[in-house]
Design a protein around this ligand. Structure first.
Ligand code: PEP
Ligand code: MG
Length: 552
């Protein structure tokens, strides 16, 4: 067979950018079931209850340790996933159902776990929304952990994968991702996994190149072959020819060189070629994020996601607790502007203390400001906390998921009332997140109550295209850099030309779109910490004015 015939080029959907090469390791048994279903006698029921309790306690401890480690080493939002698993595992109704299964059908604990979790997984899979279906993955993950613990297995199947390989697998569960930390693998290829999935989130935070959507990956990809992975474009070249290797190596060198140049100037301001200074801020969720952001040249925080302070808690934090948490997160950015986004809960993020909000379409239901209007105490606590911080930090407030002008006016009223009660003469600036087409088209009304606008293009895109941002099945409809999005940004700018506009969605972190965003009037960008140097450098090479208006 000729060398040419052996080369295989496959194309998937990029979910985390980067270039990498390595030997393909096909991993087929990530979800391998352990078949240990055993019938028991009535006399053994107590013993099985004890085994189940011991395994649950052990897994609960593991999940706690995992959440702590992940938060420290990887990503605060991924840590929330393990916190949520811990809550699910200790859910009283689930534990009751497991016990009933053991005593009712006289089966051992492992068999009960398998049956009950499968039942729950199927319930979630039958639900309409992708978010609910993702919970099916979570159930499968916890079930596997419990059955491993009951069988005395302590190692994870991914602990043994060869260093530096290109991992090819069907899908990644949240706990799988932890074993890929520290760049033990060079890239990941998946059959399933959308850009909004846990796997995508993890891969992006780690800078791990990842491509998904290879539907027959497990049968087509050769184990042990060399692969060149271009996750920026979604192309994988398997068994490359010498010439392809040389071209690839040059691409890697060029990219590294570009990054080093950008890093060297990271702390200098980002001034465009037509002398406009642009703010480049960071999206953060915890203190680790802010520290990383400052090292990378962030000029402040453009989006402080408060969800971390609430998720995984049985009761919501009071003002003092919230102030302490925010203080800790913002210590590294003292003196810089900080945009605190009010709790954006609902949809994919539910809170234990609010009960189960059953909605057939949660993305279109009670989330963000809609949710806070229903729970005004939650809103007040956050406003009080921000006002308390305002003495020490340069804080501003962002209202999430605004649709109607009165979504902002109610917050403005609350803020004014609190300020007068606390004798604060100048309240912090208040801004609206523009994440729905209705908000973009009503900017003139909204700015009667808002001092600035911040585009959340992740959500804006899902509502413009009616495509769930987490659902791989409609990924081709989710186009956050399509002309219609830029048209909406431009239109908003033309409607309110004097109002400061920022952008904190993923689109802000993609260098190829910076110039067009500047032309749409965006003057503040907020991105994940690792992207700051490159975005700043891109701005320095861009213009704010459209080509026809440039004077030199
Ligand atoms: C957005 O929607 O673009 C955004 C920044 O908010 P989040 O991703 O937290 O929904
Ligand atoms: Mg959003």
């Amino acid at each position: 067979m000729s060398e040419k015939a052996l080369t295989l080029v496959i194309q998937g959907t990029p979910i985390s950018p980067g270039l990498a090469q390595g030997i393909i390791h096909v991993h087929r048994s990530l979800l391998g079931p352990i078949d240990v279903a055993v019938a028991i006698e009535q006399d053994n029921v107590k013993e099985e209850f004890t085994r189940l309790d011991t395994a649950t306690a052990r897994i609960s401890e593991d999940l706690f340790a995992l959440a702590t480690r992940v938060e420290k080493e990887i990503d605060s939002r991924l840590a929330e996933v393990f916190g949520a698993h811990q809550l699910m595992l200790n859910d009283a109704s689930l534990r009751e159902e497991l016990r009933n299964e053991i005593v009712g059908n006289l089966v051992n604990a492992s068999s009960a776990v398998k049956t009950v979790f499968l039942r729950w997984e199927n319930r979630f899979l039958l639900m309409e929304s992708q978010i609910a279906r993702d919970k099916g993955d979570d159930m499968r993950d916890i079930s596997r952990r419990l059955r491993h613990a009951l069988a005395g297995i302590t190692t994870h199947p991914l602990e043994k994968i060869p260093d530096g390989c290109v991992l090819a697998t069907s899908r990644l569960l949240p706990s799988d991702t932890v074993f890929l930390a520290g760049r033990s693998v060079s890239a990941v290829l998946l059959e399933y996994g959308s850009t909004g999935s846990h796997a995508a989130l993890f891969a992006r935070e780690m800078g791990l190149p990842c491509i998904s959507g290879f539907h027959d990956l497990m049968t087509t990809v050769p184990d042990g072959a060399l692969a060149l992975v271009e996750a920026d474009t979604g192309i994988v070249t398997i068994r490359p020819r010498e010439k392809q290797k040389v071209i690839f190596r040059k691409k890697v060198d060029d990219k590294e060189h570009e990054y080093q140049l950008a890093r060297a100037h990271a702390t200098s301001p980002a001034v465009t070629r037509d002398a406009v200074t642009i703010s480049v801020l960071a999206n953060v969720g915890c203190s680790d994020d802010t520290e990383k952001a400052m090292l990378n040249g962030a000029e402040g925080v453009g989006l402080y996601r408060l969800e971390q302070a609430y998720l995984g808690r049985v009761i919501p934090p009071d003002t003092d607790e919230l102030v302490a948490e925010m203080h800790h997160t913002l210590e590294a950015v003292r003196g810089c502007p900080v945009y605190v986004r009010l709790l954006d809960i609902g949809s994919d993020k539910s809170l234990p203390f609010t009960g189960f909000l059953a909605e057939t379409n949660p993305s279109l239901g009670r989330r963000g400001i809609r949710f806070l209007r229903e729970y005004p105490e939650l809103l007040k606590t956050q406003l009080r906390a921000v006002l308390e911080l305002a003495g020490e930090f340069d804080v501003r407030i962002l209202v999430p998921m605004v649709t109607l002008p009165d979504d902002v006016s109610v917050v403005r009223e609350q803020l004014i009332q609190l300020c007068s009660r606390l004798r604060i003469s100048s309240p912090p600036k208040l801004g609206a997140m523009i994440e729905t087409p209705a908000a973009a088209l009503a900017a003139q009304e909204i700015v009667k109550y808002a001092d600035f606008l911040s585009f959340g293009t992740n959500d804006l895109t899902q509502f413009v295209f009616a495509a769930d941002r987490e659902n791989a099945a409609v990924e081709r409809y989710y186009r956050d850099s399509a002309d219609v999005i830029f048209r909406l940004l431009r239109l908003t700018h033309d409607d309110v030309p004097e109002v400061p506009l920022s952008l904190c969605g993923e689109l802000a972190g993609r260098p190829e779109h910076i110039s067009r965003l500047l032309e749409c009037g965006i003057r503040t960008f907020s991105v994940a910490a690792p992207l700051i140097p490159v975005i700043k450098e891109t701005i320095r090479n861009s213009w704010c004015s459209a080509p026809a208006n440039r004077t030199h």
